[in-house]
Design a protein around this ligand. Structure first.
Ligand code: FAD
Ligand code: DLZ
Ligand code: SF4
Length: 512
């Protein structure tokens, strides 16, 4: 029985059952660069260049391993523009008994593929994606009947189940979580080791030229492309991280420094999410580094928690709450994303730096995404739909299954608290504590009101004031509401006035 095996751009893993079970002499692997996937949001140019180059390199490796591969490039005259049309064309051109596709990472695509059998009049087998450590069903079983879902408890289950950093039934070191040691800011003169970079080869160069001509109107810079595009190089990124950065990962995980976009983070999200690396190998590498005395426990545990905890939790959460999660809007926010999200033209230095780096690198680290851009998005009441589309487009590691819960659940609280135990909002003092952005800002972080006051300060209290009713049944907001209750009415009114002026400027796309 001959199968046409469709491999998507984020399925570049050779031991996926759909690939590993292929009969090399009779099956064909189909991969295609299609307009529909590249433009349903206008992905960052670097993201498209990265993914197309990684896809081309992966296809070449499969060919070198004697698989039949039908690779349709973006400008191939056979290109039909969508995955379905491409599969249809391949079925007409060949003699296949069935289509096999690994379950995709997005609800949109899964719903579509579930209909393909009717359209194609050929059996379509949706094969399991075995790259995660928990299945969506496992998450739903765990969530069943729980009043509150909290990542920390799911993470402990995963630690036990996969026997990661465990001593019998207990966590290594006696504690599950070492976050209390992970909140340091970085001294200005601290030297961070240089991140891994790779030369552009002929395949990547060709793809860069393609993106320059075909996606000229997309956001983002293409120059200075240095991502890994092969598994071999992605493994180098992981290994270099473990050796050079993981020892300080925990300590500086939340720190932000102007001009240092990469910090002590691993930068493996790009590779994990398209399948060039597996979560299991990243977790094992960190665990081994701890056991061999190379890294302290707070760093190893902190990093493992991101992958075994957050990444798995987020994925389970996505499938559990879709499609509702995409349209939830707890605070009924609907302001348009301002222009400066695309060109970084703002006097708010923290926003300028984070958006500028996003434009340059298709990357910003977690706290930049969460506590600067995310915090701003919630405080200025931006439309969840538009913020989701922005985050999905601009980061090279963004796929809806991981982007959406982070945006809807973590930063915007648009799901009403299923993911986050309270809205992640903060005034300027948090950003000032964790970064050096405020030193070079047109606003003054110490000022609460007036034209020079840091907008995060009055926007924060405006948010609390406006949503106090909705927040009052959340015990984690009790302290803040108490502080708010003690504030003088004059001060609250002055902040509300400044917030209203600022929000009008955002609505009118005026300079802020
Ligand atoms: P590191 O800081 O080195 O962390 C290691 C790994 O842990 C990451 O590569 C990632 O796989 C995992 N991880 C850490 N935090 C999370 C999290 N909250 N959710 C899921 N995995 C996590 N991550 C994405 O992979 N794709 C996205 O589209 C994405 N969008 C985000 C949007 C917002 C608003 C926020 C707040 C976070 C988002 N994240 C996303 C999570 C996190 O910011 C990125 O995974 C991380 O910045 C990637 O950089 P890194 O590989 O250097 O990660
Ligand atoms: C993100 C992306 C892009 C930009 N382009 C393609 C493509 O041309 N062909 C393809 O197969 N996949 C692409 N992808 C990844 C898909 O969008 C991804 O598989 C789905 O969003 C499911 O996660
Ligand atoms: Fe950002 Fe406010 Fe600091 Fe400026 S003063 S960098 S706006 S937190």
């Amino acid at each position: 029985m001959a199968s046409l095996i469709l491999v998507l751009g984020d399925q570049l893993t050779d031991n996926l059952p759909a690939i590993a079970n292929a009969t090399k002499t009779q099956d064909t692997i189909l991969m295609a660069e299609v307009r529909e996937e590249a433009t349903y949001v206008k992905h960052h140019k670097k993201k498209i260049a990265f993914l197309f180059s990684a896809m081309r390199h992966f296809a070449q490796e499969l060919k070198d391993n004697n698989y039949n591969v039908d690779y349709v490039t973006y400008t191939d005259e056979r290109n039909k523009g969508s995955l379905l049309a491409q599969v249809e064309a391949a079925l007409s051109a060949g003699d296949f008994d069935q289509v096999v596709v690994t379950s995709p990472g997005e609800h949109r695509l899964l719903s579509s593929i579930q209909q393909w059998e009717n359209t194609l009049k050929t059996p379509v087998k949706i094969s399991e994606d075995n790259r995660f450590l928990a299945t969506p069903q496992e998450f739903s079983d765990w969530a069943e009947g729980k009043k509150q879902l909290r990542m920390e408890f799911f993470y402990r289950e995963m630690r036990r189940k996969h026997n990661v950093l465990m001593e019998g039934k207990d966590p290594v070191g006696g504690k599950w979580n070492y976050d209390a040691q992970n909140r340091e800011s970085m001294p200005d003169d601290h030297k961070v080791p240089k991140h891994s970079t790779f030369e552009v080869d002929d395949i990547t160069q060709e793809v860069i030229e393609l993106v320059e001509s075909e996606f000229a109107d997309h956001f983002g810079d293409l120059d200075n492309f240095f991502f890994a595009v092969t598994r071999k190089d992605a493994l180098k990124v992981l290994n270099t991280f473990i050796e050079e950065r993981l020892p300080n990962f925990g300590q500086y995980q939340d720190a932000m420094v102007e001009g240092k976009p990469w910090m002590y983070h691993s930068h493996i999200g790009f590779y994990l999410n398209c399948g060039m690396l597996t979560p299991k190998e990243a977790i094992s590498a960190a665990e081994q580094a701890y056991h061999s005395g190379q890294v302290p426990l707070n760093s190893a545990e902190g990093f493992i928690r991101q992958i075994l905890g957050w990444r798995e939790y987020i994925r389970g959460f996505y499938w559990h709450f879709m499609p509702q999660l995409k349209t939830d809007n707890y605070f009924n926010n609907d302001r348009n994303v301002p222009e400066f999200f695309w060109d970084a033209q703002t006097n708010m230095n923290c926003m300028r730096q984070c958006i500028k780096e996003t434009k340059q690198n298709a990357y910003a680290h977690h706290i930049q995404r969460l506590m600067v851009i995310g915090n701003f998005s919630l405080l200025t009441e931006l439309s969840p739909e538009q913020v989701q589309a922005w985050y999905l487009a601009v980061y090279a590691d963004a796929y809806e299954w991981v982007e959406l819960p982070n945006v809807a659940g973590m930063i915007l609280y648009s799901d009403g608290g299923n993911l986050a135990s309270k809205p992640y909002v903060a005034s300027g003092s948090y950003i000032n504590k964790m970064s050096n952005y405020c030193k070079n800002c047109g606003y003054q972080v110490s000022k609460k009101t007036g034209p020079k006051a840091c907008p995060f300060n009055y926007l924060y209290w405006h948010f609390i004031d406006k949503n106090k009713k909705k927040l009052s049944n959340n015990h984690r907001m009790a302290m803040i509401l108490k502080t708010y209750g003690r504030m003088k009415e004059d001060n609250i009114n002055a902040m509300k006035e400044d917030a209203a002026k600022f929000l009008t400027k955002i609505t009118k796309n005026e300079e802020v």
